[in-house]
Ligand binder design. Sequence first.
Ligand SMILES: Nc1nc2c(c(=O)[nH]1)N[C@H]1C(S)=C(S)[C@@H](COP(=O)(O)OP(=O)(O)OC[C@H]3O[C@@H](n4cnc5c(=O)[nH]c(N)nc54)[C@H](O)[C@@H]3O)O[C@H]1N2
Ligand SMILES: Nc1nc2c(c(=O)[nH]1)N[C@H]1C(S)=C(S)[C@@H](COP(=O)(O)OP(=O)(O)OC[C@H]3O[C@@H](n4cnc5c(=O)[nH]c(N)nc54)[C@H](O)[C@@H]3O)O[C@H]1N2
Ligand code: SF4
Ligand SMILES: [Mo]
Length: 748
Amino acid sequence: MATLSAAPRETIDLFGPHLSYPTGLRLDTSEAPDRVVKTHCCFCGQQCGIQLKVKDNAVIGFEPWEEFPFNRGMLCPKGVRRYLQGAHPDRLLTALERDAASPGGFRPLGYEAAIARVAAEIDRIQAAHGADAFAVLSGASLTTEKTYLMGKFARMCLRTANIDYNGRLCMVSAGAANKKTFGIDRSANPWSDIPQAEVVLIAGSNVAECSPITTNYVWQARENGAKVIVVDPRITPIARTCDLFLPVKPGRDAALFNGILHLMIEHDWIDRAFIEQYTVGFEQVAQYAKQWTPRHTAEVTGITERAIQEAAELWGRAQSSFLLHARGIEHHSHGVQNVLSAINIVLASGRIGREGCGYGTITGQANGQGGREHGQKCDQLPGWRDIDNPEHRAHIAAIWGMSPDDLPGKGVDAYEIFRKIDRGEIRGLLSICFNPKVSLPDNDFIGRMLDKLDFYVAIDFFLNESARHANIVLPGSLQEEDEGVVTSAEGRVIKINKCVDSPGEARQDWRIIQDVAQALGRSRGFTFESPREIFDELRRASAGGVADYSGITYEKVERQMGVFWPCPDEEHPGTPRLFEAGSYNPVAKGAGPFYFADGKARFNPAPYAPPAEDVDADYPLMLTTGRVISHFLSGTQTRRIGPLVDQYPEPRIELHPQLASQLGIHDGDWATVESRRGSCTLRAQVVQTIRPDTVFVPYHWAGAKSINQVTIAAQDPISKIPEYKVCAVRLRRTDAPPQYAQELEPQQ
Ligand SMILES: Nc1nc2c(c(=O)[nH]1)N[C@H]1C(S)=C(S)[C@@H](COP(=O)(O)OP(=O)(O)OC[C@H]3O[C@@H](n4cnc5c(=O)[nH]c(N)nc54)[C@H](O)[C@@H]3O)O[C@H]1N2
Ligand SMILES: Nc1nc2c(c(=O)[nH]1)N[C@H]1C(S)=C(S)[C@@H](COP(=O)(O)OP(=O)(O)OC[C@H]3O[C@@H](n4cnc5c(=O)[nH]c(N)nc54)[C@H](O)[C@@H]3O)O[C@H]1N2
Ligand code: SF4
Ligand SMILES: [Mo]
C-alpha cells in the first residue's frame, strides 16, 4: 500500500494555526502504481496533459504524458507537485458546523444533518426575504458539467437571479471585448499558430510564470525568426528574452494601442481590403486615434517615442502575427477598453483567421474558458446564451422543463453581491470553489460581509479563509476525484478523468448540489447519476448556441485528444481556428467570418482614461499585483504543498533600486505599503526589473499578508472586473516586524 510518511513532521506555522503545512510530508512514489490515469493538471488554464500514478485509492505521483499535443509532457513546478495535496492532513473529511466552543471554531457534523440544515436555512431565508435574498458564488476551476449544474441549480432550484462566479475577477474584460468585436468569446487560434507568426506581441502577461507552456510556443516562434514584443511595467522572464520591451505605466495600455494604430494608419501599414470587406466602424476608431501622436502616447504611457515607433513598425509591416494578452491589460476599471484597443490593431492589420495570424486571450483558471460559457455568469444561460433574450430563455426553459416566465432574470456581479449583503438585500450565500475573502479587492469589507450573512455555506476540500466565516462547510471533491470536461486556453475541450474516490464523508461536488436540491424537495432536474448524464444535457442545452458542444462526446475528446468548440454534430471535427473561410458559424450563416448576422467584425472606439485612483502627493506610487510561479490564486492549495512554499515562502514587495534608495529601504527590510483602504507590511525585494514609479506584490496569501487589504474595489463599468492592476499607494520602511513575523520567531 502507498505509504505516507509524515515524519519528520516539522510544522511551520506560516499564518496562524490553520495554515501550517507539514514540510516533511512525502509520499513514497518509488512503489509501482496500480494504474496510471491520463488526465490534466488541476491548476491553470494551460491544462497540461499529465498521467497520475494511482495506488490503493491514492494519487502517489505522476508521469509525463508526452503524446498530449499541447504540452508534450512538459509541466511547470505546480503541475509536478499537485499530487501532494490529496494526502494533506487539512483535507476536509466531514461536514463542519460553526461552533465557537470547539477548537478552530467548528465541530464535525454528519453529512445528512448538514444538508438538512442548509436546505432549512435556504427555505427560511427565501420565505422571509424572497428568492433573490439567497445568492450563489461559483468557480471556474470546476468542470464544465459542474458549472452548468450550478447555473441550473441557482435558476431552476433556488429561483434566484443572484449567481455569479470567480471568473468575474479574471476573464470578463476579455470576454466582453471579444463579444463586442467578434461576437464570440474564445481565443481565435490554436497555439500551434504561434510559432508560425513573424511577430508575437504579448501584453500584460507574465507568460513564463503564469502560462509556462506558452513560453515554449513563443520561443519556437523566435527560433523561426519571429520578433517578440512585450508590454509590461515589469521586465518579466519572457521580457528578458524579447526583442522589444515596452515598460508601460500601469493602466495606460489603451493609450499605447491607440498610439500604435495612429502610426499604422499614418504609414499605411493597414489592410484596407480586409477592413473594407470584413469589418465595420473603422473610420470612427481611426478618427479617435488621430490625437495619439507618438509624443502624446509617450507622455501618457511612459514609453519612449522611439520604442512606440519601433513597435508600430514591427507590428505594422509584419506578414503574420499573434497577439496575446492576459490580466495585465484586463484587470482595470478600463479593462474592456484596453482589450478593445489591442484587438483594433489586430483587425486593422487584417491578420486573423489564417494560419500564423492570430489572437488569443490567455485564460487563467483551470476551466477559465469552459467556466464562462454555460450559465454560471449572472447574465448568461448555457451555450453562451443571453438571459435577457426571450428566444434563449425559451430554449433553455424547454430543456429544463419549466416555463420561461419562471426563469429568473439577470443577477448582479460577484462584488455587487457583497454590496447587496451590506444593504441587507442578500441574507444567505452558498459558495463553491471561490475564496472571496482573499481574492476580492478591499477585502476587509468582504470578511465583514461574510459575517453579516444570516447563513453562509461553503463547499471546498480545504477550509479556505472565506469558509472560516461559514455556518456550514460541506466537504467537496478534488479534481482527481471526479470526471468531466474543461476547456483550455486554446478553446480545446478536454477530459478530466477520475483517479480516486473522495475520502471520508467528502462527496463529488455535483452530488452535494443535488443532495441540497433533494432536501429542498425540488429534486426534479437534479437526479443525474453521473457527469456524463450532465454533459449529455449540457450538449443539448448548448445546441444552436455560439458555444455549441452538441457534437462533442467523451469518446471523441479522448480519441482526438481534445475537440475545439463550436462543434455542432458528431461528424464535425471541431473548430481549432475561428473566422476561417468556410468554418462553422451559426450566426453569420455564410455572410462572413465573424459571429454577427452580417459576418463582419466590429471596430470599437477604445478611448483612454486614467485609472480610477491616480497617484497624488499623499499616495505617489502605483501598486500592481499578480502572481509568482509556485503559487496558485488565493493559495488554498499551493500554500499547503511544502516544496512550493519552500520555493516562494511569503509575499514580498518588489521595488526598483532608485525608489529603494529614495526611501531608505534595503533588500530584505520590512516595508509597509499603504493605500486609502488599508496597509500591508512585507519584506522588500529590490529588483532592477520594475518601473521606479511602481511596486508589485503577489496576492496568494491571506490575513496580514494579503495585498487585497490595499487594492481598490473600482470596477470596469461593462465587465465589472476589479482594478487589481493599479491603485495609488505610499511605501515606507518599517523597523518593527509585523505581528505575524514575531509569532514566527523561534521559541527559546
Ligand atoms: N503561477 C501561477 N500561474 C497562474 C495563476 C497563478 O495564480 N499562479 N493563475 C492563473 C490565472 S487564474 C490567471 S488569471 C493567469 C494570470 O496570468 P497573467 O495575467 O500573466 O498574470 P498576472 O501576474 O496577474 O499579471 C500579468 C502581468 O501584468 C503586468 N501588469 C500589471 N499592470 C499592468 C498594466 O497596466 N499593463 C500591462 N500591460 N501589464 C501590466 C504585471 O507586471 C504582470 O507581469 O495566470 C494563471 N496561471
Ligand atoms: N490582488 C489581486 N487579486 C486577485 C488577482 C490579482 O491579480 N491580484 N487575480 C484575480 C483572479 S484572475 C482570479 S481567477 C481570482 C481567483 O480567486 P478565487 O477564485 O477566490 O481563488 P481560488 O484560490 O481559485 O479559490 C478557489 C477555491 O476553490 C477551491 N477549489 C478548487 N477546485 C475546486 C473543486 O474542484 N471543487 C471545489 N469544491 N472547490 C475547489 C480551492 O480549494 C479554493 O479554496 O483572484 C483574483 N484576485
Ligand atoms: S499549472 Fe498550468 S502550466 Fe503548470 S503544469 Fe499545471 S496546467 Fe501546466
Ligand atoms: Mo484568473
